[in-house]
Design a binder for this molecule. Sequence first.
Ligand code: 0X9
Ligand code: ZN
Length: 416
Amino acid sequence: MARFIGVLFLLIALLFWAGAQQVNYDGYQVWRLTLEKPAQMEEIQSLVRDIWMVRGRTVDVCLSPEEQALLRSAGYAGEVLIKDVGALIRQQQTEFVPQDGSLFTRYLTLDEIYAAMRQLADQNPRLVQMFEVGKSIEGRPIYALRLTRDPRRARVYRDRPQVVINAMQHAREWITPPVVLYFAYRLVSEYETDVRVREYLDRMEIYVVPVVNPDGYVFTHTTNRLWRKNRRYNGRNLWNQPIYGVDLNRNWAYGWGGPGSSGNPSSETYRGTAPFSEPETYHLSRWLLSLPLLRAHVDVHSYSQMILYPWGNTTDLPPFNAVFERVGLAQQAAILSVHQQYYTVGPIATTIYLASGGMTDWVFAVRGALSFTYELRDTGQYGFLLPPEQILPNCEEVYPAFLELLRWALRRDWSE
Ligand code: 0X9
Ligand code: ZN
């Protein structure tokens, strides 16, 4: 009996241990394929579970050893971008990182990001306020920072135009929270010395939401570094395996269900059962609707180095296309001037791919704000596994682009 209990105990312990293990990417590779004809895209979608990026006829795919064999026998030969995904993830987890107190030399945990936000707000009560936008599906708070002079004198200033910058709808895009957090820190530190920054904080309200998908972000730390969606439980598949996750950037109400989104709960671009079915998008949208003078917005993603604007759900050009292009090019120039990194500018659907139910489309269609999607570094060498040495340079180069957007948001007239 004692022996039986012992074995049972061991089994249970083993199960827990297996459950706590990280998803193993040993033998996985990232390939860049160049399609001969657009129809091949469908074949690739049927053979490959995780498509990392599409850009014209170029497709980056993350492949298990089985998928590599499948593609080879289907006649595809790709350029290998990452030879061993598992080894790269492990290397980044164990690499020595200097603990020099800097927030931007390594990737922070969710708690560390929230602590850094809290600290900025606590130490600068006359410029910064922290608040909760709502809770995620697993009950984690989604925090925002409100940056404006004397934030405590009004819940919202009706005479200060608002700009919102948010990141991390997609959990594996680790570079995005630091870039937004850095923006907030830098605004505060330059308030006294940079006349532009002072004017923006005196006359506008700037909101940053570094982590829209906290559950997904935690999951990328504990279990699966390459998780993308939120952590909604979608029921079980044919093999009785549980299925999780809605792509938050397909769950917004404008154009929901259109091309470039999936109705299959197992898909990486699953749109959910209804527009705003997810607490993360629901709370964010309610809050965005409550801002009286929302003028500009950025939804920050990675990777590909792009500055994108509506529409995502159709290849038609948006109203004010010329304004979008002009402001986009101004942001591109600002980025280029810092570390000579080139970001492509254009409408979502024709620059990357059709994607319906995205945040940028909704913010522009429903709020009339100048709304962009950024895709940060790099262009594919590391993709979502961007080395920590590139965090600070990426933060530095995007900062003046955000300032450029603030400059436009403060302008009354966008016609010239
Ligand atoms: O597919 C996406 O959601 C974005 N690319 S990513 O690789 N970061 O997942 C592009 C989103 C474009 N924006 C909208 N469709 N609104
Ligand atoms: Zn993304």
